[in-house]
Each structure stands twice: as C-alpha cells, then as structure tokens.
Ligand binder design. Structure first.
Ligand SMILES: NC(=O)c1ccc[n+]([C@@H]2O[C@H](COP(=O)([O-])OP(=O)(O)OC[C@H]3O[C@@H](n4cnc5c(N)ncnc54)[C@H](OP(=O)(O)O)[C@@H]3O)[C@@H](O)[C@H]2O)c1
Length: 250
C-alpha cells in the first residue's frame, strides 16, 4: 500500500494492531519509532525490519504510558531521531476481564490510565507540534465498545467513549490548521487482548485491521469502523432506547 507518511511514531507497537501498523508503515518506506513497555519485543521487531530494509528504519523505545513526565522529551527525541514527524498512532489498551458484580477501582484506574490518559499525554504533544507545522496525522485506536455503555465492562466502554470525544475535539481544533485526526473503532481483532474470549463475530487479523486503519487514515477519514460493517452495528446500537438496551447483553 502506498502511504503518504515518511516519519511516524507508533505507541503500543510491541504486539497486535500497533505492531501490525508499525510493520506496514516501515514496509511502505516510513521511518518509525516503536514504543511500548516490552523493549525486548520491540528490539526483535525492529531488528527484523531493519534487516529487511538494509538500514535503520525502525527504532525501539521502551516506555510505560503511565510515566507522563517523560513523554514530552521522548516525543521530541523520537522526532529528532526519525528526522521529522508526519504521523502518530496511539494503540495501547487494556481490556481487563471483569465479573458481572465486580467494581474494582484499581483496575478501573489502570484502564483509564492506559486507554485514555496515556493517549492524551502523547497526542497533546503531537497536537502542539502539528498545529505549528500546519500538517500531520493523528490516529487513535478506540473501539466499537465506546459507542454505548455496555454492562459487561463499564470502564473499558467509558475509556473508549472518552477517547473518541477527545479525538473529536482535537479534530475540531486542528482541522482548520491542516491536521487530520482519525478515530479508528475496531470490532473484534485477533490479538493478545482477545485471546480466550468467546462469541467474537467478524474476527479479523491484526494485519488486516492495520491495513484498514492505514487506508482510512490515508483518506483522512474522521471515524473509521474496522472493518466498515461495524458502522451499521454502531448506528443501530446507538439508536436503541436506553430502557431496551439495558435488557440486552450486547
Ligand atoms: N483486539 C480487539 O478486538 C480490539 C477491539 C477494539 C479495540 N481494540 C483496541 O486496539 C488497541 C490495540 O489492542 P490489541 O488488540 O492490539 O492488543 P494487544 O496486542 O494486547 O496490544 C496492546 C498494546 O498496548 C501496549 N501497552 C499496554 N499497556 C501499556 C503501557 N502501560 N505502556 C505502554 N504500552 C502499553 C502493549 O505493549 P506492552 O505490553 O509491551 O507495553 C501492546 O503493544 C487497544 O487500544 C484496544 O483497546 C482492540
């Protein structure tokens, strides 16, 4: 796939969708900084990509998104080492398995930290830079789960709904400055996050999800359902009245 970006940051690139996005970006000729906690996995992915390319096109950066204070420096350092920055992808996410009667604040705070606050901390840096340069693409990986408050996992839904709202606000601020902000909303993707889950429909691979996300970002889509057929589900689910929705286990 031809992609317009030459320099990109992928946060959450050690597995799943983020890793697949990073691999596709590099293979399309982009220099990429891959960021996550599992530095050994990042090193292995980068070594393979650099071997294939015959030069240093992928950089591994160990980082935990809880550590907000190091993000401004890391962001600048990645842009410097890459030789510029045209795009950033925020993929980190946790989906804790929650019992129907579980209300554990520590688990909930962790979910908000990774899925939402880390995104804000990284994407604020991108907003600052792209607003000045008047170009750039910001992609956040949300979820179809954010379209409604489902009974199964209240805080995961909350984190993804809030992320979508934050990204919409960024888009409304930065759109007039020439910056694209894309919200990707995957359905079920076959990754470490979903291992062991049952009842997943329309399951696709992380690589297929990455392809669809990159295509949507290249086209400058605002909200992309991954794959597109989830858009109709999102529309129907949002239209169901609350008194009916609470009786459904969706
Ligand atoms: N899989 C699905 O069906 C599905 C559906 C809808 C939305 N999504 C969303 O897609 C995104 C990617 O998920 P995935 O399915 O690809 O799962 P995954 O394979 O588990 O990937 C999660 C990524 O997040 C990183 N991460 C987690 N906690 C982190 C932290 N504290 N600091 C830095 N990085 C952290 C992980 O890296 P380290 O562990 O190395 O730090 C890993 O690279 C998530 O936002 C998820 O909510 C997934």
């Amino acid at each position: 796939m031809n992609l317009p970006w030459k320099h990109a940051i992928v946060v959450g690139a050690s597995s799943g969708i983020g890793e697949a996005i990073a691999r596709r970006l590099v293979r399309a000729g982009c220099r990429v900084a891959l960021i996550a906690r599992r530095a050994d996995r990042l090193e292995a992915i980068c070594a393979q990509l650099n071997r294939e390319a015959g030069s240093e096109v992928a950089i591994a950066v160990g980082h935990d998104v809880h550590v907000h204070e190091e993000i401004p420096w890391l962001f600048q350092n990645c842009a410097l080492r890459l030789g510029g920055l045209d795009a950033i992808f925020y993929a980190p996410g946790v989906l804790p398995r929650i019992a129907p009667d579980e209300y554990d604040t520590a688990t909930d705070v962790e979910t908000i930290q990774v899925n939402l606050l880390g995104a804000i901390a990284w994407l604020n840096q991108a907003a600052l830079r792209f607003e000045k340069t008047g170009r750039g693409t910001i992609v956040g990986i949300g979820s179809i789960a954010g379209d409604r408050g489902r009974r199964g996992n209240p805080v995961y839904c909350t984190s993804k709904a809030a992320l979508a709202t934050y990204l919409e606000s960024l888009r409304n601020r930065l759109g007039r400055r020439g910056v694209k902000v894309v919200t990707a909303k995957p359905g079920f993707i076959d990754t470490e996050m979903t291992h062991g889950l049952t009842g997943m429909i329309w399951l696709i691979s992380a690589d297929r999800a990455a392809e669809l996300i990159l295509r949507a970002a290249r086209r400058g889509r605002t909200t992309a359902y991954i794959p597109e057929r989830w858009r109709l589900v999102g529309l129907v689910v949002r239209m169901i009245p609350s008194f009916l929705f609470r009786r459904l286990n969706v």
